[in-house]
Design a protein around this ligand. Sequence first.
Ligand code: CAA
Length: 309
Amino acid sequence: MAALLPRGKRLGLGGLSQAPLASPPMSIARVGIVGSGIMGSGIAETAAVSGFEVVLRSRSQSTADATLAAMEKSLNRQVEKGKKTEEERDQALARVTGTSELDALAGCDLVIESVVEDLDVKKALFADLDRITGDDAILATNTSTLPVIEMAMQTGRPDKVCGIHFFNPAPVMSLVEVVRPLTASDETIAAARQFAEACGKTPVEVKDQAGFIVNALLFPYLNNAVRLFEQGVASVADIDSAMKGGCGFPMGPFALLDLVGLDTSLAILDALYDEFKDPNYAAMPLLRRMVTAQQLGRKSGQGFLDYRK
Ligand code: CAA
């Protein structure tokens, strides 16, 4: 089984003791993250806090810099709440480099892409990553629904490609879905699981099938909440209240759709429908029209709820 040694921990920076490993056949110390949206930045923060060196690649240096500034703010909040020390914050920030250069990922042992949910964009990126990174590097996707095998087959190392799917907000949610395409080796899956555990997460393994576990179950529910609202059965506020109070969910379906992003939610439903042709996955017309209107949820300031005040 692959051994995984975050560099910070190796140098004692992470503050965690680690039992010596007999003879590690593989080591992940430096992690590349491509994409600095909600998920990319959350994964970068999680990995840096967990002792990994992180190279965060954004399409422009200014976005990369803004993401690092937001990460500092998030860590400052955790210091204020007494959940982290100033030293832990500073060490985590010192482990992250922001860049606009894809070539800066050359020395990474693991790269996780979290760019837009567009298969053509991801396929082109995997071909580039295959060219740029060392032969032993693992290439992973944080896709929610797209076929991992399509990305794996763009590379000369389909055995070293898998899905590592974090949940939003990544620093908080404890689950990681490790997605096994038909081509992945046991070593790659083991290393991905170890990486998730080293990030303090609980990994589950799942077949490369649209929606994996969580989204295959979650999105029919979210879509049906939009159906109820469209049918005039209840208001957004009352449907959210009902699912929080009646089921103990931490947030209602509309608050969750807005958190995930309506564009991402629509892309997930479309990918599920494409794969299964199951009417349960057919996105509600209102959701599609809100995306066209650029009402995307929290990130645009307006979705089913209004965040502009
Ligand atoms: N980054 C870091 N920490 C964050 C955070 C963020 N973005 N958002 C919240 N937190 C932390 C807060 O600091 C707080 O920590 P403490 O309690 O220790 O101080 C904790 O999380 C709770 O936050 P709040 O008190 O602000 O608010 P809350 O209690 O309402 O919790 C929530 C917010 C964690 C988002 C909670 O509502 C929740 O768990 N919601 C469900 C989220 C969910 O279902 N996510 C999965 C979405 S589906 C997905 O991601 C799959 C996909 O592919 C699309």
